[in-house]
Design a protein around this ligand. Structure first.
Ligand code: ADP
Ligand code: MG
Length: 402
């Protein structure tokens, strides 16, 4: 999927009411925001639009609301935005999102001022991409900016529906950056191109394994999904995660790798536990087989060495999915060392996937990566090569004159 989309740089905003879809889906505990990264990430686009004289109407979903829910109100986000922007952000407290407050607020905005209506999922029509709700949202503005990469894989009213009623529709800086880094890595990779896939389940990553096998030079597999591949090769895997119904698929993928000349690396040893527990007794296996009653919880030292070597020789590395149960300290080493190898190598390094990004932050290696995607599900779908509706709906850049 190659996108060539207009961005906020291509549009004049002076005096224009502009609807900006942000990703304010922040983690909350007891009404308090526990991590502000997403709010901070949205600031460059918001500040730019304020400076350009737009009347800025932000919008976002928060959590899994299925209707009005005070615990998922965006009011605290509006307060944090006010703090960071140093200017009051008008919060329109309508449970119906586009109510009297929002309409009055939008009409009263002066260039450079900012407003935020309620959580778009307070309206069940949001997730149904209902055209009437899309039209209501769109009625607040004339121009549309999408900067919510993490929601771009969903065709919802605020991500896709509104684009049918607003013009122009362009990408903000966050989406621009995602398209640049993910797009370049997948479509014009510097080689050798290495992909590292892990995480719990093969079934979550079926399409991405298939798609990446057509692009990469080396595919590294670790984490819970590796055991289905090892089982398909005839190894004993003890109590490790297994998806019986994916054994044939694993065989097909190994055959596809062989035919395409892609090096497919699987674990050659493991750190096993005597159960899926933080305090499980950890030991290292001699080879790729796992004894009865034991469970593969992390890749072993010989595997780490082999994966490190592949990463060291790479020019592009994409990583999605931890190598083991990194949440338990006894089983974090494989994930940590792969992250370190990426941090140390001189390749373009890209992290997609929510848990992989969390692991990189946990190991304080975020600064060392070229790009950490802000969208877990969206980045996975991007790597699968499927069209992201929230991005496909934005205006294409005009062809450059030859
Ligand atoms: P991402 O969010 O980066 O795409 P996933 O959601 O696919 O990653 O997978 C992350 C989860 O996989 C983590 O919670 C981790 O504990 C789990 N996992 C990794 N290795 C194993 C394993 N060997 N057995 C069980 N779970 C595992
Ligand atoms: Mg995950």
């Amino acid at each position: 999927m190659i996108y060539n989309k207009k961005t906020v740089r291509d549009v004049s905003f002076q005096g224009a009411a502009t609807l900006v879809r942000c990703d304010f889906n922040v983690p909350m505990k007891d009404g308090v925001i526990t991590d502000e990264s997403r709010i901070l990430g949205a600031l460059p686009t918001i500040r730019y639009l304020m400076d350009q004289g737009a009347k800025v109407i932000l919008c976002s979903h928060l959590g899994k609301a299925k209707g009005p829910d005070p615990s998922l109100s965006l009011e605290s986000v509006a307060q944090r935005l006010t703090h960071h922007l140093g200017r009051p952000v008008l919060f329109a407290k309508d449970d119906c999102v586009v109510g009297e407050e929002a309409k009055k607020g939008a009409a009263s905005l002066k260039p450079g001022e900012v407003m935020l209506p309620e959580n778009t999922r307070f309206r069940p029509e949001e997730s149904k991409n209902d055209p009437l709700f899309s039209k209501e949202l769109a009625s607040l503005a004339t121009i549309y900016v999408n900067d919510a990469f993490g929601s771009a894989h969903r065709a919802h009213a605020s991500t896709e529906g509104v684009t049918h009623f607003l013009s122009p529709c362009v990408a903000g800086f966050l989406i621009e950056k995602e398209l640049q880094f993910l797009g370049d890595a997948v479509n014009h990779p510097k080689r050798p191109f290495v992909a590292i896939l892990g995480g719990a389940k093969v079934s979550d990553k079926i399409k991405v394994i298939d798609a990446l096998l057509e692009k990469v030079d080396t595919l590294i597999i670790g984490g819970g999904m590796a055991y289905t591949f090892l089982k398909a090769q005839g190894y004993d895997i003890g109590q490790s995660l297994l998806e019986e119904d994916r054994l044939e698929y694993a065989k097909d993928m190994m055959e596809k790798a062989r035919q395409r000349g892609v090096a497919l690396l699987l674990p050659i040893d493991h750190v096993v536990g005597d159960g899926f527990r933080e305090e499980a007794h950890a030991s290292v296996t001699e080879g790729a087989s796992i004894g009865e009653g034991l469970m593969g919880m992390d890749i072993g030292p010989a595997t780490i060495a082999s994966y490190r070597k592949a990463i060291e020789g790479a020019k592009t590395v994409i990583w999605n999915g931890p190598m083991g149960v990194f949440e338990f300290p006894a089983f974090e080493k494989g994930t940590k060392e792969v992250a370190q190898a990426m941090a140390q190598c001189d390749a373009v390094t890209i992290i997609g996937g929510g848990d992989s990004a969390a692991a990189v932050h946990q190991f304080h290696l975020a600064e060392k990566m070229t790009h950490i995607s802000t969208g877990g599900g969206a980045s996975l779908e991007f790597l699968e090569g499927v069209s992201l509706p929230g991005i496909a709906a934005l205006d294409d850049k005009e062809e450059q004159a030859q």
